[in-house]
Structure formats: C-alpha cells, structure tokens
Design a protein. Structure first.
Length: 443
C-alpha cells in the first residue's frame, strides 16, 4: 500500500479543487473497478446519455484521486488516467455529471465488487462545493439550515405557527414516546401528509409531540449539497434537540435521504449511539397494524408502492409499506420494486434544480435567490430539468405496465418528481403519501 500511495509532494500547481481524503472505502472504489459496465443499465441517467453511466461518472472522480494520491498519477498525469480540473469551465462540466446522479444506489447493488458510484458522485459534489461551484439553491438551503436561520426567520415562523394551529397537537413535550420530527420541507411540500400522520397518531392514542420549531429545513441539507460542515453541524444540533426531549422514537415522514442520514449516518458523525431510535412513519404504522391498534377499512383502490431509494435500497425498509397497504387496498408491486425499484430520478436534490423551485424557495424565504444566478447556472438548470424528464422514462414505463390507479410513497422529492413526470408523460396515475391514504382508511 505504501509503495502505491507514497506521500510524495504534488507536482501540480496549487490544487484548484480541495480533494476528498482517501480512506479504505474510497480506495476500494478507486482501485477495484474492472470496467465491466454491469452498473450502467440500472442508472436512470444512463438513459439520458451513455456518458452518464455510473462507471463513466465515477471515473471522473478516479481521475482526480489518481492525480492527487498516486505517484504514477502525479508523475505521468493523463497517460495513467489521472487528471485535475484546472478551469472554472471544467468544474462546471463536473457539476453537470455530479447532478446526473440521484444517489439511488442501484449501481451499487448491481456491481459485483460493491462499488458505490453514487457515493463517488456525492464526494464529487463535496469537492465542487468546497471549490465554490454548486447550484445556488443548494448553497442557500445548506447554510440556512446549518446556521439555524430557519428557527427565527419571520416567514418560516409564521408558516410554522399556522401549521401548529391547524395540527392541534402537543409541542415540545418532554418524555413523550414519539417525537414526530416534522421539517420545514414537510410542511411546505407534504403538509397534508403531516396533518394526516397526526390524525393517525391521535386515533391510535399515541403519546407524541411535535418539535417547537421545524426539525431542520430538510436535514441535513448539506448531505446532498456537498457541504460536509453543514451536514455535521445540522445533525449535531438536531440530535441534541431531540435528546433534550427524551423521546423513545424520533419518527420521520420523509423517506428520502433524511431517513438514512439520521438512522445510520448520525451515529457515524457523532461517534456514539443516539439517545432515541429512528423510524420512518411507515415502520410505525406497520407496528400499529401488528399490534391491532390501527384498523383500516378497504378503499377498493388498485395501488403500488414506489420504494424511495433511500428508504428501501439504502435504508432496508421494504416489507413494512406492503404489509400496511395489503390491509386496505388492492395492492400489487411494480415490475421493478423493493431493492430493484427504479429510481424516480429526482433524488439527491435534483428535483430542486429548476427555475420554478428557485422561485418557490425565494417566496418562502422572502428573498429573491434567483438574483445571483449566472447565465451559466440558468443553462445548467434548464439542462438538468430536461435530463430529469428523460431519466424518469424507465419509471414511467414501469408504472404504465403495472395498471395501478395510484402510486403510494413516502418521500416529498419522489412525490414531486413522480407527479410532474407522470403528468408530463401523460400517465393518468395519482401519487400520494402513505399517510394520506392511511388516514382516509381509518375506521
Ligand atoms: S459494475 Fe462495478 S466493476 Fe463493473 S464497471 Fe460498474 S463499478 Fe466498475
Ligand atoms: S447512484 Fe443511481 S443515479 Fe447515481 S450513478 Fe448509481 S445508478 Fe446512477
């Protein structure tokens, strides 16, 4: 190992890019790829352009790592596939590839060597973010969350107060069994699902509380933006707050990256176990069904569960939603489901990369975040939106084949992406958060 990766001084001029540190996992991802291409057909962005096959995108990161960490790369550069970007133009090119990955993890399970190209693309986002190259919305929201600005922001405060008034639920109560960790994104994008979750908790007589202020924006936003400090600080802050209330369970309505970040990553970041258990709301509902606390009347509707990648493939929550849905719907699986579910393609923040979302966030914050957007970023946003529409084709075909009337899922990004995508591709199938359907079926 030491002969391959000696600590020789770099021959490059001062690096343009703060390169991520090499560890045993990154080293494996860098060294073990045999270029077989097995990962490609499972990547939604491969369908946009073969240039975006996982192996091709991860190679961009490998080139940087080789240039920075290998003697051969430092001495021979491009001859041995080592390359460091040198211009802002090249950094933007890399950004394009970084946002042609939803971090869905399908390439990871398809690779016989367990190479996680999605993780490589997240590492690329981190390097680019450090270099100052990131979409404006990512920078704004990661910092807004990291610095806790959402806690006192007037517009957020009044949105939160209006939500609490409607929710009519306990707030900031110490010792409640469940902390329903409602975020700002939850009350903005899936407010009906939050209110319906509360309705279910009340019906089963759960001992629960809401937080006093939103449980972050969509925490930790830094994880998808590439802002490692924001990711770490947000996790520390929110875990400390949750622990101050001493719940047994912290329950999330969001089945996107929020779930694995708190369930798995938080303990890595804090280097200790959390003082509470993390569950997604569907796991809690499944627990109620098993205990006979949740009785549901049949709705006579044909539905399929869309597995959010971070809840299912990366989080392992696959059986629980099916267990609940089979109780009160005509349930069937999509052709691609569970661990092998097709990604909606809008994960890892890609759905937020549109002028429409920039406007929505501007409205929420009362600040025009589009003001600082360069023509280059505008072009990037348009191109990303267009790529997303094409990337979701696999999922759309899957939904068409299934013959269901409704897709049920649990991630606000999936819901936004699927609603927009199915409408765009003229597929008449509704998309609902599981909490909305469960609340409708309450006996
Ligand atoms: S499947 Fe694995 S080994 Fe094959 S090209 Fe993809 S990352 Fe490399
Ligand atoms: S994680 Fe998903 S989107 Fe990203 S490269 Fe792999 S298959 Fe493609």
């Amino acid at each position: 190992m030491t002969t391959i990766y000696p600590r020789v001084p770099t021959v490059l001029p001062p690096a343009h890019l703060p390169v991520v540190r090499l560890n045993s996992v990154t080293l494996h991802y860098m060294e073990s790829c045999v270029g077989c291409g097995n990962c490609a057909p499972w990547c939604p962005y491969y369908y946009v352009d073969e240039e975006f096959a996982p192996v091709e995108k991860a190679e961009l990161v490998r080139q940087i790592l080789r240039r920075r960490y290998t003697a051969a790369g430092i001495l021979a550069g491009r001859v041995v596939g080592a390359r460091m970007p040198r211009t802002e133009e090249e950094l933007w090119e890399l950004l394009r590839s970084a946002y042609r990955c939803a971090d869905c993890g399908f390439c990871y399970i398809a690779c016989m060597y367990g190479i996680d190209s999605g993780a490589m693309m997240m590492a690329l986002r981190q390097m680019l973010y450090e270099a100052g190259v990131a979409p404006t919305i990512m920078k704004v929201l990661a910092r807004f969350e990291r610095d806790g600005l959402y806690k006192g922001h007037p517009a957020v405060k009044s949105a939160w107060e209006a939500f609490l008034k409607e929710a009519e639920a306990p707030v900031g109560r110490r010792g409640a069994r469940v902390l329903l960790a409602v975020t700002l994104m939850d009350i903005t994008l899936t407010r009906d699902a939050v209110l319906n979750t509360i309705k279910v908790l009340k019906r089963v007589g759960e001992d629960f509380t809401l937080p006093e202020v939103p449980f972050g924006v969509r925490p930790p936003f830094g994880a998808i933006a590439g802002d490692v400090k924001a990711q770490r600080d947000t996790i520390k802050d929110l875990v400390a707050y949750a622990e101050s209330l001493s719940p047994r369970l912290a329950v999330f309505i969001d089945g996107g990256y929020v779930y694995p970040q708190f369930r798995f990553e938080a303990t890595n970041i804090l280097r200790r176990p959390l003082g509470f258990q993390v569950l997604h709301v569907i796991e809690l509902f499944a627990e109620y069904v098993r205990e006979g606390r949740l009785r549901l009347k049949p709705l006579g509707i044909r539905v399929a569960w869309h597995d959010p990648c971070h809840l299912a493939r990366r989080g392992g929550v696959i059986e629980e939603p099916r267990e609940v849905l089979r109780k009160f719907t005509d349930y069937r699986d999509l052709p691609g489901h569970g661990e092998r579910s097709w990604c909606c393609s809008g994960g890892a923040g890609i759905i937020f990369l549109s002028e429409e979302f920039y406007r929505r966030v501007s409205q929420l914050l009362g600040t025009d975040i589009t003001a600082g957007v360069s023509p280059r970023e505008s072009a990037f946003l348009r191109e990303t939106e267009e790529a997303l529409r094409r990337a979701m084709l696999k999922k759309v075909k899957d939904v068409r084949k299934s013959g269901v009337q409704m897709l049920v899922t649990a991630c606000p990004a999936c819901i936004e992406t699927l609603r927009a995508g199915l409408k765009f591709h003229k597929v008449d199938v509704g998309v609902e958060h599981i909490s909305n359907l469960v609340a409708k079926a309450l006996e």
